[in-house]
Design a protein around this ligand. Sequence first.
Ligand code: GLY
Length: 253
Amino acid sequence: MKFSHAVIRKPGRNFSLGLTTRSLGIPDYELMLNQHDAYVQTLASLGLDITVLDPLPDYPDAYFVEDTAVVTPRVAVITRPGAESRQGEEDSIEPVLSRFRRTIRIQPPGTVDGGDVLMVGEHFFVGISKRTNQNGASQLGAILDRFGYSWTAIPVRTGLHLKSSLSLVSPDTLLITAALAEHEAFRDFHKIMLDQDEELAANTLWINQALVVPAGFPHTHSKLEKLGLRLIDLDMSEARKMDGGLSCMSLRF
Ligand code: GLY
């Protein structure tokens, strides 16, 4: 799929108050802004028309916009984020996405984080995780069914989200952790297996014939080079401290 747009939100000065399960130190705001700016410039250089939103002061995690929606070619599903402190972020995304798509909202008690949803053509893999519950996945699945897509639920046993453990890197190839690779749902894909000590590289972005990858994972980098795509390394150190990856910081469509 060719992407033409991205919605991105600038991190707020209080971004270090967001949720994290990592113990990688206190993130630095100026460095975060520099890394975020490089991210925005990279997506723009790949031909995306970028909408940059202002920080939401009451929501330090709000720059992880991916969790607030699942944007498909036919409909944008506005999620209900699974972390209580993030519920409400989606209210400010709906008016932005409604300029591009019809929008439909996930209703309580359902919860869905967009980080749990991987689109592969007309099929969606939906992680059931600490953030996305069964009710939310079923609501999302019913909307996907209605718009002519298919979907599969995948239990997420490690990492924050489904996409903490896999990415689509070509139409039929997944970059994936060993644990997830065994799942029956992925049996027909080619798989590029992550080294155990490079599993933090699982979250990459395949955009318009380029792969944006987190810097600092040399084995993963050389495995991905074989795909023949342009590889762009981005330093993600500060977002990683807040449990964030490359996909988390944008909605691409
Ligand atoms: N800090 C990202 C999240 O926990 O949702």
